[in-house]
Design a protein. Structure first.
Length: 379
């Protein structure tokens, strides 16, 4: 294919703008952008020099005739536009979570298969350079047989961030949708994609958040925290999602004789004392990556029984998209893979709606908190 791939963006916030720039990075043509509010979408289109701005997604599909659509709205608003895009025959790049529930995510996956369109699911922090470095080391047998993984993160988010989609399950909020998806993707990218079993517990330690008008860009929501939280005229919205989770999983790996045990521990509101980290333990050593999403540096514990920092290999460094921001870089990496695949070029396997559907089903299971055994009678 020699012609430029045409892309239509759904969403005008941080993700929508980031997706647009990421598609341009791979020389695709961003032909239009759609949002809920006419003034906002027109302003964003002007700022990004996108020729078409609209508020009617179905009409935009007709007017723009895109090859690919990019879904960059909160997860609760994904299902409708994705169904319309699939029916229109578009390939789809979708940010996580795929939808707000396992049921709707499974429906979208099946529809994409029936229509034969390509899909990409952007739980994309698996493309962090040091995560790819760890994958290379583990595959080379540097730590021996993988045995155990731990993923620890504490975000210490402000409790008074204005109420919005991140506080509500039906809108795609919660830390499982917006943190665990990345963590699980990181671990499976290193060990293998077959998840055998899972259990977990979630907590809503927030309860409520102030309702504030004017919040549009997720990345700047902190700027809208009210100065006087005791103001009696202030309205509050109720949270119904988890802000803390603990998940245990078993993953089948071709590199291990037994299932690899994985522990994911995240506190969205909890302060950290030591560094967030991801650690892969093996029969001969271990790999420690600093940072909640594996930003680095990477350390290896080897035969000398010492932790040693290992530099990023040149081949991985050379393949990293050149842009500031981990999120933006990882979008560019995955979008590059999707576009190459659409153009018929050979690419490594990447996550699709198959994984997006699976992850949403797992999140539904974890949220049931159904793994407890009552031992009160033993007291």
């Amino acid at each position: 294919m020699n012609k430029k791939i045409k892309v239509l963006i759904c969403g005008t916030g941080f993700a929508g703008q980031g997706h647009a720039e990421a598609f341009r990075y791979v020389d695709a043509e961003v032909v239009g952008i759609v949002g809920r509010t006419k003034t906002v979408v027109e302003q964003v289109a002007t700022e990004l020099a996108i020729p078409y701005a609209g508020t009617d997604w179905q009409q935009a599909l007709v007017d723009c005739q895109p090859d690919v659509v990019s879904i960059a709205t909160p997860g609760g608003a994904h299902a409708g536009p994705i169904k319309q895009a699939i029916e229109f025959g578009c390939h789809i790049f979708c940010d996580k979570p795929l939808t707000e529930s396992g049921e709707t995510a499974k429906e979208l996956y099946q529809l994409s298969l029936d229509k034969g369109v390509k899909t990409a699911f952007a739980a994309s922090f698996r493309y962090m350079p040091e995560v790819m470095h760890a994958k290379k080391l583990v595959a080379a047998g540097v730590i021996g047989e993988p045995l155990d993984v731990e993923c620890i993160s504490h975000f210490n988010l402000e409790r008074d961030i204005p109420f919005g989609w991140s506080h509500r399950a039906e809108q795609g909020g919660g830390r499982l949708n917006n943190n665990f998806t990345h963590k699980l993707s990181i671990v499976t990218s290193v060990l293998g994609e077959k998840i055998l079993s899972i259990m977990g517990e979630v907590r809503d330690d927030l309860g409520k958040a102030p309702i504030v008008e004017g919040v549009h860009n997720f990345k700047t929501r902190r700027d809208f925290i009210p100065k006087d939280l005791s103001d009696p005229s202030l309205q509050w919205g109720e949270s119904d999602v988890e802000w803390t989770y603990t998940v245990l999983a078993q993953i089948d790996s071709e590199l291990a004789k037994k299932p690899v045990s994985v522990m994911f521990k995240h506190g969205g509101l909890n302060p950290r004392f030591n560094d967030d980290h991801i650690v892969f333990y093996g029969s001969k050593g271990a790999i420690y990556i600093k940072g909640h999403y594996g930003s680095g540096p990477l350390y290896l514990y080897g035969e000398d029984k010492q932790w040693q920092e290992i530099p990023l290999p040149d081949d991985i460094a050379a393949d990293v998209p050149d842009v500031e921001g981990d999120t933006e870089r990882n979008w560019r990496y995955l979008i590059r893979e999707l576009v190459r695949d659409i153009q018929g070029q050979p690419v490594a396997p990447y996550q699709t709606f198959k994984e997006g559907s699976q992850y949403q089903a797992l999140i539904d299971l974890i949220r049931t908190n159904g793994n407890w055994t009552d031992v009160s009678h033993l007291q």
